[in-house]
Design a protein around this ligand. Structure first.
Ligand SMILES: Cc1cc2nc3c(=O)[nH]c(=O)nc-3n(C[C@H](O)[C@H](O)[C@H](O)COP(=O)(O)OP(=O)(O)OC[C@H]3O[C@@H](n4cnc5c(N)ncnc54)[C@H](O)[C@@H]3O)c2cc1C
Length: 400
């Protein structure tokens, strides 16, 4: 038994490509999904290595983005459950309304393990909404998607760019009825780290985690705010706050916890792999102040004519035309992969140990705790006003 490649993204394509079923997915010492070859079944056909998207030039769909949009879904209830402006749910709704469609996306299971699943009925779509900042297990969803496509169904597949690359590598071709959405992506932590975090959180609040949302808009509106519920002996405790005040989330944002391949990601640029790319339209206050909405605005890159068709059909979005210059303004990962900080080495040493979330790697500085507490008290409208005021002052100074 041996692992296939050091730059492996854990996309599962090789497992589904293998004609001998000789590949299973295991975990490396940090808990990331890796393919394991069973030498007894392997016939050395080399397909796994040949078709692995990490061993090929990325199959970019376009050399340049066709349209750059700011987008907000018009349905308030569904928008409130989306991480940003609801591009995913808007397109998913359109596909499912046609009656012959299937939507693949990431959902937590009952143990908060992120998996890709297939939804064919709109009533089941909710778990797919919002970002799970942990690597998702693709399982056999590429094969499932192929089966549906071969039967003439319309398929929407939403995932990280490396997972979308895995899907195309598995399919070996594009389909007219296949639509793909990739994300602007920082990188992904391992399922093991997230499990250890939830265990730590449960211990801290003396109960079991029964809800976790990385992008809860209830308290702070659109931004990086989490909410969790813990079932304790006599009551359900609810905790919510800003990302920077949470050990797992702040380490995620600092880039200290990603899979090694994320620091060399070949999709962290504007030559995208999917029909559409979505992310948060950070910096919209600067680029298009009139379009800012505290309920959330998505950045949407339209990369193919199929992507253009989807957007043109969707009459349920508020849209604004923007530019690539605006898109990359606050999106480091549209320019290059996340820089690997030295602290990444520390994680490797710590992951197997006890009380990892009480170590300096995950410690939140007092200054940040205080800042975050103040932000919680001040209404988001005032925070936004201060932000716009700062932008206006900087712009005024530049003119002078
Ligand atoms: C790991 C990760 C890193 C990200 N990094 C950035 C970033 O640096 N900058 C930025 O602007 N945006 C980033 N995003 C995207 C952002 O968080 C929103 O997902 C995006 O704005 C789309 O939001 P939405 O409102 O359209 O839909 P949402 O309802 O929020 O989108 C849901 C869909 O996103 C996909 N998704 C969610 N979690 C995962 C996962 N773990 N793996 C694969 N697919 C997943 C699923 O298919 C899901 O159905 C990241 C997302 C993830 C998951």
């Amino acid at each position: 038994m041996e692992s296939i490649t050091e730059r492996c993204t854990g996309c599962n394509a090789c497992r589904m490509i293998c004609p001998q079923d000789a590949i299973t997915m295991g975990e490396d010492e940090e808990g990331f999904y890796i393919p394991i070859i069973n030498a007894l079944l392997c016939i050395d056909c080399g397909l796994c290595v040949k078709r692995c998207p990490q061993n090929q030039k990325p199959r970019f769909r376009r050399n340049e983005v066709l349209q750059v949009l700011g987008a907000r879904y018009k349905d308030d209830a569904l928008l409130s459950k989306s991480a940003s402006g609801g591009v995913f749910i808007g397109i998913a709704t359109m596909i499912l309304e046609q009656g012959e469609g299937a939507v693949f996306g990431c959902a937590f299971d009952e143990n908060f393990v992120a998996h890709h699943i297939c939804v064919m009925d709109f009533k089941d779509i909710a778990p797919l909404q919002s970002s799970k900042y942990v690597q998702s297990d693709i399982g056999y969803t590429y094969s499932q998607a192929k089966l549906l496509l071969d039967r003439g169904k319309t398929v929407l597949f939403s995932a990280t760019p490396c997972q979308i690359a895995g899907l195309y590598a598995f399919l070996g071709k594009d389909y007219d009825r296949l639509f793909t959405i990739d994300l602007v992506c920082h990188g992904v932590p391992s399922p093991l780290l997230f499990k250890r975090y939830l265990d730590w959180l449960g211990k801290k609040y003396d109960g079991k985690i029964i809800y976790y949302n990385f992008r809860c808009k209830e308290k702070i509106g659109w931004g990086l705010g989490y909410k969790t519920k813990i079932k304790a002996r006599t009551k359900i405790k609810t905790k919510a706050g800003f990302a920077e005040n949470d050990p797992y989330y702040s380490a995620f944002l600092k880039g200290s916890t990603y899979r090694e391949c994320c620091y060399y990601c070949k999709y962290a640029n504007t030559n995208r792999i999917a029909d559409l790319t979505t992310g948060d339209f950070w910096g919209i206050e600067q680029a298009h102040p009139q379009f800012f909405d505290k309920r959330g605005i998505s950045l949407c890159l339209v990369n193919t004519t199929k992507g253009e068709e989807l957007i043109a059909k969707g009459n349920n979005f508020e849209l604004i035309n923007s530019s690539l210059a605006n898109a990359v303004l606050k999106q480091w990962n549209l320019k290059s992969p996340t820089l690997r900080p030295d602290s990444r080495d520390t994680l490797k040493k710590l992951i197997g140990g006890m009380d990892i979330f009480n170590t300096p790697l995950f410690k939140i500085a007092y200054k940040i705790r205080i800042k975050s507490a103040i932000k919680t008290i001040i209404p988001s409208s005032i925070v936004r006003f201060i932000r716009i005021l700062k932008i206006a002052i900087v712009a005024g100074n530049r003119k002078r």
